[in-house]
Design a protein around this ligand. Sequence first.
Ligand SMILES: Nc1ncnc2c1ncn2[C@@H]1O[C@H](COP(=O)(O)OP(=O)(O)O)[C@@H](O)[C@H]1O
Ligand SMILES: [Mg+2]
Length: 471
Amino acid sequence: MIALSLAEIAEVVGGQTHDIPDPSVQVTGPVVRDSREAGPGSLFVAFAGERVDGHDFAAAVVEAGAVAVLGTRPVGVPAIVVDDVQTALGALARHVVRRLGATLVALTGSAGKTSTKDLIAQVLRRKAPTVFTPGSLNNEIGLPLTALSATEETRFLVLEMGARGIGHISYLAGLTPPKVGLVLNVGSAHIGEFGGREQIAQAKGELVEALPSEVEGGTAILNADDPYVRAMASRTKAKVIFFGESGEADVSAENVRLTDTGQPSFRLHTPSGASDVTMRLYGEHHVSNALAAAAVAHELGMSADEIAVALSEAGSLSRWRMEVTERPDGVTVVNDAYNANPESMKAALRALAAMGKGRRTWAVLGKMAELGDEALAEHDAVGRLAVRLNVSKLVAVGGREAAWLQLGAYNEGSWGEESVHVSDAQAAVDLLRSELRPGDVVLVKASRSVGLESVAQALIESGAEGEVSAR
Ligand SMILES: Nc1ncnc2c1ncn2[C@@H]1O[C@H](COP(=O)(O)OP(=O)(O)O)[C@@H](O)[C@H]1O
Ligand SMILES: [Mg+2]
């Protein structure tokens, strides 16, 4: 964080100081909410959760070097006391980003936020010091904490913004007002909570409504391939840049293909030149993510060549997203168990099909959560797509939704052993351990709550132990 005195912080958040002998002492270290991360110069934010109350760790964090606690009651060590910690944290973030010299880039969308944020960061940091959301910390607490981790040197601050309802993005954009706002797509993630795709578009579009006007330097970066996102152009005063796979977009891709290893390759076109990209990431959905990142980087002054090199070298910074492990026996495990929604399921299945040319392919899939009324149709569609893509074996894992998946596959023409339904992760592991053969490719994917990463982990470990029978 940029250095701020406790007196200034107290004023910014409208708090009372308690047990602070010297209010001119500065917070120089990070602002943390996990007591284990507290160190010299840090400010500890005490949230009172259901299971743990951060205030209980006040003495420990000060012992570890924290300068003070931001909480809702005096704790016997230096503290700034406020009515509401989240509001205070937001106010502090807003104050700090105003003083930063950094350009703020915010992005939202139904699928691919974290992957794209990681790509943007890996491109921009070649040009100048960049701070970005770690993992998926994209809510009203993670976002200000990320913004507060920026320093005087930071030139680019890349922030992922998540929404579970109307008003969420405008709240986040109010805390850390972006200059560049990117909307990736409007899919069906959390559609059950939102109530429908129109509502999702309404909510995601709040990002471009929050941008400064074109004259003030605001830029909206929109996905031309997604009609809901394209339509957001009318909701902003900012300059609009379109990215998309068609040549009509400002930033586009030509000759898109997946290599035999499932990695996308294409010619990147920007308004100032073109350059070839072959990605290290897997799956064609990354083309759209890469174009989005390229549009941001181009807008911030990078050349097509610089962007293409950065995109070609970018790796996966966040775990369990198309994480590919080659077992010594030649089985390839693709762990995409971080999350799942209809769009990402389909993208992952297509990547599996590309990676599995001439090999046996397994799709080990579980439920996609929060789909509301669309749940049955969407699970059915994923089961059918697996068959259409010629995936050799579908293993549907879990309860009712898994049954729908398997039934979709069955109705599309998968008979006998081609698709099976098993009750839980352990049953899937048992089945795969006995059935996998060298050369097979296995995709593992479901919503976070299903916990299928344990299946991927077990498969990777059983390969290391050489337990898998070679038939
Ligand atoms: N552009 C995209 N379209 C569809 N699915 C995507 C896209 N980008 C990533 N995915 C997939 O969506 C899932 C979530 O990716 P992630 O980058 O974590 O998105 P988010 O942060 O929006 O949840 C992963 O399974 C990933 O493979
Ligand atoms: Mg995310």
